[in-house]
Design a protein around this ligand. Sequence first.
Ligand SMILES: [Zn+2]
Length: 98
Amino acid sequence: MSKPVRGKTIKIICACGCGRKKMVKITDIKRGWGKYFSKSCKAIDQEKRTGQFATYKNRNQKTVNGIPIDDNYLGITDQEHEEIMTDSERGWDSHKIW
Ligand SMILES: [Zn+2]
């Protein structure tokens, strides 16, 4: 077994809903990358956006920048999570509804 990557890498659950997990750099997530396990997953997710699967079942799941995070994985601390959310809010002002 290779030793686990520490620090600024977290395990994401593929955004397409296939349930596969992957290690992604937090810096990549901030750029909007690393949402999918593979390119085919991205294609699947884009198909869903046409309306076929408009409702996501994991609404209450912990996310970073909208990307579902494996709850059982402790590679990211609450503080890091806060940092990411705070950082991402800068560009989201126009989307705020509260
Ligand atoms: Zn997938």
